[in-house]
Write a new protein. Structure first.
Length: 456
């Protein structure tokens, strides 16, 4: 009985242990299943994240190369750092996105260009070309400066030679005048002596008186001959003296050849300080540059405008021509504002009608001034010894003199207009006294060729 009881107890203990083991195994199974489920979810989430970073069809050699270059970094962090380096290289801000930077850089590219490197290379090539052009321009400037210095030296030598010849002529003239004065004094003395002798001997010898009078006539003839020689020498000296020519009619250049139906080559270039847009009036010969009885110059056979400038020649287009009288080689060019040898000085006053609407205003005078300055002229306020031209427009219309009870504004306006008219007349009279050429708008436009253009 005791053995049977011990056996039952052992079975119970074994059953208890087995139940405990089964329960522990169940608990471990549940724990392991939950852990496996968690790991599976984490693995699926990782695969989803991995697929978001790069899809399976994108995992090519490029991806492997990126993984190899990234080293210990992740590919995403490696790409982020590379992207940040590129943004820093082009000067993008920390807060700017790649899309914004790409849009900003694309907006700065030239039309048709899609590569920033090619754009930089193109800009560098253009910069090198500009540097070469600048070097060529500096060489041309130095050459022009050397030519100008040589021309100044030649002009100075010519001036000194002219001055020396003038001094020699003056010395010769002074010597002749001294000789004539001495001869005249001697002749007068001889005449007086002859007359006194004749008076003393008149009563005794009529023949003697006749002889003395004959001697006096001969002396007078000699004096007349000497005075004629003196006048002739004075005339020769005045012929040697330089006289200014009307600078409005000076010939500035000539046509070298005809380059086409509407283009010509002229003998003026960069060394002559030519500027683009400068126009000339074309004449067949210089002798035709004479004003008519009203003081207006005749228009030329054509008008040309400079469109390209080389060192010694330029190309000009014909902006006006005369049918049956084409521009040919050796035709002469005239523009009173342009002269490669000097800077002309102008006084501009009055009202002008530059837009050709039939109304002359003081404001349009500024356009005449701008045109002269653009072509190298200098504007002065008053006439002095250096003034070359007076350009007069139309005087203002002076209204009737106001009454004393008129508004002060009307009186002030009349006074100002009166002063302007007086200034106009004063400039004109000063130019006449000084022999300064006076150009009205029509003469200026005719001689510069601007009359061929509709307006300026």
């Amino acid at each position: 009985m005791a053995n049977r009881g011990d056996t039952g107890m052992g079975v119970k203990i074994a059953l208890g242990l087995l139940t405990t083991l089964c329960l522990a195994l169940f608990v471990l199974t549940v724990i392991f299943a939950a852990q496996a489920n968690k790991e599976r979810q984490e693995r699926q989430a990782g695969e989803a994240t991995y697929n978001e970073a790069i899809r399976p069809d994108e995992r090519t050699d490029t991806w492997e190369n990126l993984r190899a270059r990234s080293g210990r970094q992740s590919v995403v962090m490696y790409l982020h750092e590379q992207n940040q380096s590129l943004l820093n290289l082009i000067g993008a801000g920390r807060r700017e996105t790649s899309e914004a930077v790409i849009e900003r850089v694309t907006g700065q590219l030239s039309p048709g260009s899609s590569s920033l490197l090619r754009e930089v290379e193109s800009l560098r090539a253009r910069l090198n070309e500009r540097d070469r052009d600048l070097a060529a321009a500096e060489r041309a400037r130095d050459a022009a400066q050397a030519d100008m210095n040589a021309a100044i030296e030649r002009a100075e030598r010519q001036r000194e030679a002219n001055q020396q010849r003038l001094n020699e002529n003056n010395a010769q003239l002074a010597m002749l005048q001294s000789e004539v004065e001495r001869f005249r004094a001697g002749a007068d003395q001889n005449i007086d002596l002859a007359r006194s002798q004749a008076a003393a001997e008149r009563a005794g010898s009529a023949e003697r008186i006749s002889s003395l009078e004959s001697t006096g006539r001969q002396l007078r003839n000699q004096i007349a001959v000497l005075e004629e020689q003196l006048d002739r020498l004075r005339g020769q000296r005045s012929g040697d003296t330089l006289r200014p020519q009307d600078e409005a009619t000076l010939i500035d250049g000539r046509v070298v050849s005809v380059a086409g139906p509407d283009e010509v080559i002229i003998n003026l270039g960069r060394r002559d300080r030519l500027v683009l847009g400068l126009s000339f009036e074309v004449y067949s010969r210089g002798t035709s540059l004479q004003p008519d009885q009203d003081g207006n110059f005749p228009p030329g056979k054509a008008s040309v405008e400079v469109i390209r400038i080389d060192e010694g020649t330029s190309r000009a287009r014909v902006i006006r021509s005369t049918r049956g009288n084409p521009v040919v080689a050796n035709d002469v060019l005239v523009n009173p504002i342009f002269d490669p040898r000097k800077d002309y000085k102008f006084v501009v006053f009055g009202n002008f009608d530059t837009n050709r609407d039939g109304i002359a205003t003081e404001i349009e005078r500024n356009q005449i001034i701008a045109l002269i300055e653009e072509w190298g002229g200098t504007i002065q306020d008053t006439i002095d010894g250096t003034t070359d031209f007076l350009v007069l427009g139309e005087p203002p219309v002076l209204p009737p003199q106001p009454r004393q009870d008129d508004p002060i504004e009307v009186i002030d306006r009349y006074i100002n207009l009166r002063r302007t008219v007086d200034r106009f007349n004063e400039l004109f009279e000063s130019a006449k006294r000084a022999g300064i050429p006076v150009l009205n708008q029509n003469r200026l436009m005719t001689l510069t060729g601007m009359h061929a253009q509709p307006q300026f």
